[in-house]
Design a protein around this ligand. Structure first.
Ligand SMILES: NC(=O)c1ccc[n+]([C@@H]2O[C@H](COP(=O)([O-])OP(=O)(O)OC[C@H]3O[C@@H](n4cnc5c(N)ncnc54)[C@H](OP(=O)(O)O)[C@@H]3O)[C@@H](O)[C@H]2O)c1
Length: 398
């Protein structure tokens, strides 16, 4: 990362979200070290305006072009440039900065994050969908444009730190931990009746709704397995998932000499965010310090792929390669939105993803996408397939 003379200039993609707010919390504590250069959000006008007025970036951008006038009016007289629309988002993402925190949710984050990669900017990557939907293209572009990708997801950040401590070539396996979500001990019958309110109760983290539902199905862990494969170049059959309800160990790296290097921290995203903001130095984060003597017991269990089939579907998509992971992600975005709308039940999320994977495979969508347009095409077709299957599941639920 280039050593800037003044504060590190941060571009924040997804400024109004959970990761965005945690990043702003850290930046606000150390204005002499960090400055927000650009902030980008989707359509939360009030949230972006409040953040912009408080952090005074050079520009504030919304993806929704219909909000341009309102954003301009709200920021009039502040000296902050107001812009809106997809092109404005891409321009902000590629504008000069010392670090881009990529935290837009969903496949919508791919284009802006890639724009930053093409500009050769260092990326702190929260938007795992970039790697799930287009991992090979994304990492190849990062290598070509010399854009450093720092893993911000807590599990990958812990593993990244474990890699740094050792020799990457000697790594045998990596392990991602999962809380197990709110239904870790639930029966299938209980999960069949689960409401969005119950599924949104993550035991350890307050996060955006999509990742929270994905944590309840364990699909989030599956997306993270795919993310880890692309970040660390480890094949899926050497990436393990362990359920660890306390979520204090986030990731582990197993070396050929039998060493297992584990990364521990309180479950607070400000720790991995602070690691990325300060890398390669170490900074500070106002998070709870772990007193293991006080905590006493850490427990681990193997994931139950019968009650949580979504995790197995992610391994299947990773093994299939090509466009399969983009299909997995697109189908899941449709399924989670339908569940939150109460159109399908909780168990239907995995059913919809599986049925979409089956249909997409038969339709030839698992071929390796040659470029980003091909990824967008797979994404759109997978959404169409999922939309077609959805009413059949909805009819059974209703
Ligand atoms: N939350 C966590 O603890 C956590 C941990 C690890 C990884 N992640 C990953 O980080 C990403 C963000 O998660 P989150 O929990 O922070 O999500 P979130 O709270 O739902 O926030 C999403 C952010 O993305 C913005 N956005 C949505 N669509 C957009 C678009 N088309 N263009 C520009 N911005 C758009 C939203 O803006 P509006 O508010 O204006 O819609 C919001 O700022 C996800 O990929 C997630 O998997 C999150």
């Amino acid at each position: 990362m280039p050593a800037a003379a003044g504060p590190r200039r941060i571009t924040l993609l997804g400024a109004t979200g959970s990761i965005g707010r945690s990043t702003l919390d850290l930046v606000g504590r150390e204005p002499e070290r960090f400055r927000i250069e650009s902030m980008v959000a989707g359509r939360d006008l009030a949230g972006l305006v409040a953040a912009a007025r408080s952090f005074r970036p050079a520009r504030a951008v919304l993806a929704d072009p219909s909000l341009h006038g309102a954003l301009k009016d709200a920021l009039a007289g502040t000296g902050i440039e107001a812009a809106a629309g997809p092109n404005a988002v891409l321009e902000a993402a590629a504008a000069p900065a010392d670090l881009v925190v990529a935290a837009i949710v969903g496949a919508a984050g791919l284009g802006p994050t890639l724009a930053a990669v093409h500009a050769g900017l260092p990326i702190a990557l929260a938007t795992k969908e970039c790697l799930v939907a287009a991992g090979r293209l994304f990492m190849a572009a990062a290598a070509r444009h010399k854009a450093r990708v720092l893993p911000l997801d807590s599990e990958h950040n812990a593993i990244f730190q474990g890699f740094e401590a050792g020799n990457a070539a000697a790594v045998e396996r990596i392990v991602l931990t999962a809380s197990g979500g709110p239904f870790r001990t639930a029966t299938v019958a209980e999960m069949a009746r689960a409401t969005p309110e119950q599924a949104l109760k993550h035991p350890n983290y307050a996060m955006g709704s999509r990742i929270t539902i994905d944590s309840a199905t364990l699909l989030n862990k599956g997306l993270e397995v795919i993310e880890a494969h692309h970040l660390f170049g480890i094949p899926g059959d050497r990436i393990d998932v362990l359920v660890h309800p306390q979520q204090l160990v986030h990731g582990m790296v197993a070396y050929g000499d039998g060493s297992l290097v584990a990364g521990l921290a309180a479950p607070d995203m400000r720790t991995p965010i602070a690691h990325c903001l300060n890398w390669p130095d170490r900074g500070r984060a106002p998070t709870r310090r772990l007193d293991l003597g006080e905590i006493g017991t850490l427990t681990f269990e193997k994931p139950d792929l019968v009650r949580f089939p979504a995790l197995g579907l992610a391994y299947r998509a990773l093994a299939a390669g090509g466009g399969a992971s983009a299909v997995l992600n697109a189908a899941d975005e449709i399924a989670v939105a339908a569940f939150l709308d109460r159109r399908i039940g909780f168990l239907d999320i995995a059913r919809l993803v599986e049925a979409t994977l089956d249909r997409a495979s038969a339709a030839g969508l698992f071929a390796e996408p040659a470029d980003l347009d091909a990824v967008a095409m797979v994404d759109a077709q997978a959404r169409r397939l999922a939309d077609e299957i959805l009413p059949h599941l909805a009819a059974k639920t209703g």
